[in-house]
Design a protein around this ligand. Structure first.
Ligand code: NAD
Length: 255
């Protein structure tokens, strides 16, 4: 499978290196792109496969070999490039899911997609498999509590936010992809979000509590941050690599 990466920051770099090491299976990284071109150039130089560096997105869209474009950049990138990627006949992977809390953007992407697919990796949250199964039977309530180290948030200790997903995305755009991903499964109206700045934690902690008609569950994930971007968890990059592998493997485990 031939792919391109938009965004050569903490996650884009980790994903590109994993592809280069063969960990994503039979995947070729053909292009890298970043609005800071030097980041894409530096990343390309560090890889054995030496992907091409795009000066603008159009170069990637015009390449008929590229099958999947991975947005590992920002919500703005989803808004700026999402529809164009799909309209050019390529599949799209979206990591900055906060952008999809905007129902109009989500609708436009789904309209454009035609035969194409939009992939949303699990990112930094667990139990999406169980949540997807429970959703079919009926979800009663989903509660997400996210604690981030006060130092990485740059906010004083305490409860910073309690409320719904859309409002959370507006107030904390860089810290709320997990809530937005949950909302894509169960609907924004079912998800309650709490965000805490916590000086006692060294890593981001997500606690997910779900009540449904067939199963209630609670899970907690404590994730190591990237040194380069303490707001992002390393597991997120691995969830992208795992998704790539699943796309080409015969045996698929998990919902
Ligand atoms: N789904 C999840 O669970 C989850 C978890 C962590 C991070 N994220 C999101 O993934 C994205 C990447 O995270 P990161 O830690 O690698 O961020 P980062 O800041 O380290 O890197 C992002 C890179 O993308 C580039 N970029 C941003 N907007 C762009 C645009 N419009 N066009 C071209 N390049 C652009 C930046 O220059 C930067 O180099 C962020 O939006 C983050 O919020 C999602």
């Amino acid at each position: 499978m031939d792919v391109a990466i938009l965004g050569c920051g903490a996650i884009g770099t980790e994903v590109a290196r994993a592809i280069d090491r063969g960990e994503a299976g039979p995947v070729r990284l053909l292009w890298v792109f970043d609005k800071h071109r030097e980041r894409a150039e530096e990343l390309s130089r560090s890889l054995r496969s030496r992907p091409k560096v795009a000066g603008e997105i159009g170069e990637i869209l015009a390449d008929g070999e590229v099958e999947l474009v991975m947005e590992l950049a920002s919500q703005e990138a989803v808004r700026e490039y999402g529809e164009k990627v799909l309209a050019s006949g390529k599949d799209l992977l979206i990591l900055s899911t906060g952008a999809l809390a905007d129902p109009q953007l989500l609708h436009r992407l789904l309209e454009v997609k035609g035969e194409r697919r939009i992939y949303i990796p699990s990112g930094a949250i667990l139990a999406l498999d169980a949540l997807k199964a429970c959703q079919l039977a009926g979800i009663e309530e989903v509660e997400l509590t996210t604690r981030k180290p006060s130092s990485s948030l740059g906010e004083p200790a305490g409860l910073l936010f309690e409320g719904g997903v859309r409002e959370a995305v507006e107030k904390f755009p860089k810290s709320i992809n997990v809530a937005a991903t949950l909302a894509l499964v169960v609907g924004a109206e079912k998800v309650r979000v709490r965000i805490l700045s916590d000086p006692s934690v060294e890593r981001t902690v997500h606690e997910l509590r779900v009540r449904s008609k067939v199963s209630d569950f609670f899970c907690k994930v404590e994730s190591w941050p990237f040194e380069r971007n303490p707001l992002s968890s390393k597991i997120t990059a691995y969830s992208v690599v795992r998704l790539l592998r699943d796309l080409t493997e015969t045996l698929k485990v998990g919902t």
